[in-house]
Design a protein around this ligand. Structure first.
Ligand code: GFP
Length: 802
């Protein structure tokens, strides 16, 4: 039976065709009908949003404001139709007129407003919060260009701009009525008034923040939330005076400077310290968002005493850390609060998540930069720092020697993580291991001062996108066997364990995997021109390219395998290695690793002695919509970061729920996957975090491992001598031999050994399928529904609005 939403959608699509194009669906072209479908879906969400936000207001519910520089939304049409339970009806409706909905899905570009796991997590949380009917608003920037398009030319990554808005702008609802001014530069003046010493920010430069709302749908819920994306424009705009004087370029300068703020997303691994534009981006979206939140609160309650009971502002990594001084500024300068009262409100309304222990990612800004760009904000940070240091000296004299490390301003820098910890009531890591490392290592001293602040929330993923939509065959099998309840409540998936010995189900699982592999193989044939064998084992490593994630270790093992097949007559199980990853544009080593993967791929493909056993494929332009094709096809999930470095990982969870078996180190959430599936359903190798630290302190020398292991010597000398297609990889050879900061060589032997164990397990088809089933059935705790419930209950203290 067709649902009410589907009927509304159809009527609306017809109407839009008439009104916007003076046409009907029958005679419409693809682009017109595509636009009509997106617009109609957006309208339905707008109506639901109106009703839901009315309820939130009536109930005076506490709200979450999720501040993040990144939201990796991906595509929205399929997700929205699926959530509205209208996908099948609309598909059939369009088919009546000869349109294939799959083609519309392909037309929609990914909203790539993020680099990797951090941004994708934010989007999963928006989905889960909405499905569970919690009120949340995400805040970020409407980057005109999201993450770049990756094109590989001769093995080298090239970057091209991603102008996504043209084809996906239908989801962005402009709210010109809620524009907000943000101030940069200028001077501060202090003077006495009847309220005491007041500070005035003068001679500033204004930039206008224009909001665009993207509606976030949920499954089986009345709730619709919004992701508010700010776009920057000049307050003065086009200068007619200069234009009349013939100064055409100058006349548009203001506009160009202002709009540069929301032009482009910064890549994660670029050396962003000291980049003025990045600092402007951070303050721009923080200030606009907080001004709006506080304005609404004040309008409703006329005071900020109740603010911590009605609002929680979540700082997603340090990028929005200026929330701390900005909320202080607003409360003091705009609403007349004195310091102590303002601090009380601020420090009880902010919560912070740390996503990495990599020191280069713990942001620091040069004092001069902050001072010149944001003079008022800097003066507030100075005072926060003065009081914080005073507090440590008085209450924790034993930490006096560490004050330089803990201070918010020291060594010529403003240290954003320290600012977040001092200014938030909650600090969490993203897996058990990571949260422990924060407490015992990274923020050890802070944990002494604020033992109750530190907590853990293990990451999660929305299985509705990553299982139900990406893997409809598996989703259907699960529905048949355990009912559809898992879509709303993933803990139900545990019931699938009952089918561990069920031959028919195991065989269905194999068929499904095969179908998904065929879908991926077609994609690879079309994009890479490589024919892959769908009966081979698909071994997948997909994630941002970073040295610590160790895609390099994976390639070293492949080279070793290649050599064994070619020179030693080894006959392994046929296997296909699939990589996809973007490297930051300025990250040389990461690009070299991509070049090596591509060269190995070529070498194997050209070699008739090897290619029947081994394939290596690097799929270009990794993004959410591509992940949706790759992940369901994986047999093996490579999660091989150096122990202690990957905060959590979420790809590991997406692969697991699609039946891939993890081959990994005891790092991040792999540890919890291990606990969930048991040692017999995962392949673990390599040094533990403790062993890594010990080795580091003893002094790690890659040559020790080189000297002790013949395979390492063979592989490295092979690379050095031009064995990989005659290409020069001296950069990587020297890197491994003389530096190897992430200890690839130390884990090499154990990794190769794990691969042989994997092969052996895969040869036993029945047993391997059982391992796969165990991974699917025990993925329940990795639902982002569980993560956000943890946040809601233990950190945010918010309730669903039904
Ligand atoms: C970062 C961390 C990951 C973590 C995500 C989300 O992701 O370990 O799972 O944040 O918390 F490194 P990337 O951006 O590096 O993928």
């Amino acid at each position: 039976m067709e649902n009410h939403v589907s009927q509304k959608l159809k009527t609306s699509i017809e109407k839009i065709m008439e009104v916007n194009f003076g046409n009907n669906i029958k005679n419409g072209n693809k682009r017109q009908v595509y636009e009509a479908v997106l617009t109609a879906t957006n309208e339905i969400l707008a109506e639901k949003r109106y009703e839901y936000s009315k309820k939130v207001k009536e109930q005076e519910a506490k709200q979450v404001y999720y501040m993040s520089m990144e939201f990796l939304v991906g595509t929205s049409l399929k997700n929205n139709l699926w959530n509205l339970e209208a996908e099948d009806d609309i598909k059939a409706f369009l088919a009546e007129y000869g349109f294939d909905i799959e083609e519309f899905y392909e037309m929609e570009p990914d909203a790539g407003l993020g680099n990797g796991g951090l941004g994708r997590l934010a989007s999963c949380y928006m989905d889960s919060m909405t499905t569970l009917s919690y009120p949340i608003t995400g805040f970020s920037i409407r980057y005109e260009f999201g993450i770049f398009k990756q094109v590989i030319i001769d093995g080298w990554q090239n970057e091209f701009p991603d102008s996504w808005i043209d084809q996906a702008g239908y989801w962005l609802n402009p709210r010109a009525d809620e524009e907000i001014e943000v101030h940069f530069f200028g001077n501060i003046k202090e003077h006495w008034t009847d309220k005491g010493l007041t500070t005035e920010h003068t001679d500033y430069v204004s930039v206008m923040a224009k909001p665009y709302d993207l509606f976030i749908s949920g499954y089986d819920t009345e709730a619709v939330n919004t992701l508010r994306l700010w776009s920057a424009k000049s307050t003065s705009g086009f200068n007619m005076d200069l234009f009349s004087k013939g100064e055409y370029v100058k006349s548009t300068e203001n506009e160009a400077i202002a709009s540069s703020i929301s032009k482009v997303l910064y890549p994660a691994d670029d050396k962003i310290e000291g980049k003025s534009l990045r600092l402007k981006q951070q303050y721009f979206f923080v200030s606009a968002s907080l001004q709006q939140i506080t304005k609404e609160h004040y309008k409703k309650y006329g005071t900020f005493e109740s603010f911590p009971d009605k609002a929680v502002i979540h700082i997603n990594d340090t990028h929005p850390s200026l929330c701390v001084p900005e909320l202080m500024r607003i409360l003091m300068d705009d609403y007349g609060y004195v310091w102590d009262a303002a601090w009380d409100i601020t420090a009880n309304s902010l919560a912070y998540t740390n996503h990495t222990v990599m020191s280069e990612a713990l942001e620091k800004w040069p004092i001069d930069l902050v001072k010149s760009h944001l003079p008022r904000i800097y003066s507030i940070i100075e005072e926060i720092n003065r009081r914080f240091c005073q507090f440590i000296y008085t209450n924790h004299p034993e930490l006096s020697a560490s004050i330089d490390k803990m201070a918010i301003i020291s060594e010529g820098m403003v240290k954003m993580a320290n600012l977040c910890i001092a200014g938030s009531y909650s600090v969490n890591g993203v897996s058990k291991l990571h949260s422990d490392i924060l407490k015992t290592d990274t923020f050890h001293n802070f944990n002494i001062v604020y033992p109750d602040k530190f907590t853990n929330v293990t990451n999660g993923i929305t299985h509705r996108r990553w299982l139900c939509q990406a893997n409809p065959l598996l989703s259907q099998l699960l529905t048949e066997k355990i009912g559809g309840g898992f879509k709303k409540s993933l803990s139900d998936i545990e019931k699938f364990n009952e089918f561990y010995y069920d031959e028919a189900v195991l065989s269905r699982l194999r068929e499904i995997k095969k179908e998904n592999k065929k879908r991926l193989a077609d994609y690879i044939a079309q994009k890479n021109g490589i024919e892959v064998n769908c009966d081979s084992m698909f071994d997948v490593q997909v994630k941002r390219l970073h040295e610590y994630k160790r895609q390099l270790l994976n390639v070293l093992q492949i080279i070793d395998l290649y050599r064994k097949i070619k020179f030693q007559g080894f006959r392994p199980l046929p296997q296909t290695y699939i990589f996809a990853a973007k490297a930051s544009a300025g990250y040389f080593m990461a690009k070299e690793i991509i070049r090596l993967i591509c060269a190995v791929s070529d070498m194997v493909e050209r070699d008739p002695d090897v290619r029947d056993f081994l394939k290596v494929v690097f799929i270009a332009d990794y993004k959410v919509s591509l992940a949706e094709i790759i992940i369901p096809a994986a047999d093996i999930s490579e999660q091989i970061s150096q122990a202690g470095k990957e905060a959590s990982g979420t790809g590991n969870m997406k692969l697991m729920i699609n039946g891939a078996v993890t081959l990994g180190t005891m790092d991040g959430a792999n540890v919890e996957i291990y606990e969930a599936v048991g040692p017999e359903n995962i392949f673990i190798f390599g040094l533990s975090t403790q062993e890594v630290n010990d080795l580091y302190h003893r002094g790690y020398r890659p040559e020790d491992f080189y000297n002790a292991n013949q395979s390492i010597r063979d592989v490295l000398e092979f690379i050095k001598s031009g064995g990989i297609g005659g290409k020069n990889f001296d950069s990587l050879y020297h890197y491994l031999m003389y530096s190897d900061p992430y200890m690839n060589l130390a884990d090499f032997a154990s990794y190769c050994d794990a691969h042989r164990r994997v092969e052996e397990a895969y040869r036993d088809e029945a047993r391997f399928t059982q391992m796969s089933l165990k991974n699917i059935a025990n993925a329940g705790i990795f639902a982002s529904d569980r993560s956000v419930t943890d946040y809601a209950n233990h950190i945010w203290h918010v309730k669903p609005v039904q």
